[in-house]
Design a protein around this ligand. Sequence first.
Ligand code: ADP
Length: 248
Amino acid sequence: MSTVLRAQGLTKRFGGFVAVDDVNLSIREGSIHALIGPNGAGKTTCFNLLTKFLQPTTGQILFRDRDITRLEPAEVARLGIIRSFQISAVFGSLTAGENLLMALQRPTALPNCFWRSSSVLLSLEDRAREVARTVNLHGYFDRPAGELSYGRKRALEIATTIALEPQVMLLDEPMAGMGLEDVAVVADVIREAARDKTVVMVEHNLKVVKDLCERVTVLQRGQVLVEGGYDEISENAQVRSAYMGSEQ
Ligand code: ADP
């Protein structure tokens, strides 16, 4: 399987403090890849570096072998490396459909105002309905987003990212604070999205990681402790004692 996104020797210093320290990451095309590790391990900083919201101190980022280390965040987004927006980006008084229509009209989405599907040009609304169907929200298209369950709000938030047609979608704790039912809703959305795109997600719930993610990178104090499939990383003694607790 080819590598879609690669970080080589990625390092970020804040003054004298090294938040991300010589990290190598290799994200496989079409995979769901988890980034785990305790608070302060450097996961969010890695996301900010990959999406260029932060400039690395040293190191290189490659997207399908193109060096994107010096690109601006908007250029990286145009290439299709897109980070999910926070839940506050979902407008509760607008319907789910209106939220999607707004997402489709963001500057990064504008070149794709119309989509060709089976030789038919789809209007913005048709495209919004299509995205809603992808995340199982078609039955809620005309409902105010504020009335949706927490899980469906997160699904809508992810859908506003899917609307931008990402190649690589980065999700920062998409299941945070959710009950089992909502976790299942969002897991289905991520699985569906990963049919034709790559997903990188920060996730604390190891059961979710085990069920959903083909690859896992464990960060510790800014460095990669271990990377591999769930079974591989869970064999690592340090991972077991530091992160798994009752999951062992
Ligand atoms: P995680 O997402 O794994 O919890 P972060 O990437 O948020 O970790 O943070 C890694 C470390 O870098 C933490 O110790 C944090 O305090 C530090 N850090 C993050 N951003 C900054 C910043 N802008 N200035 C100084 N230190 C920062």
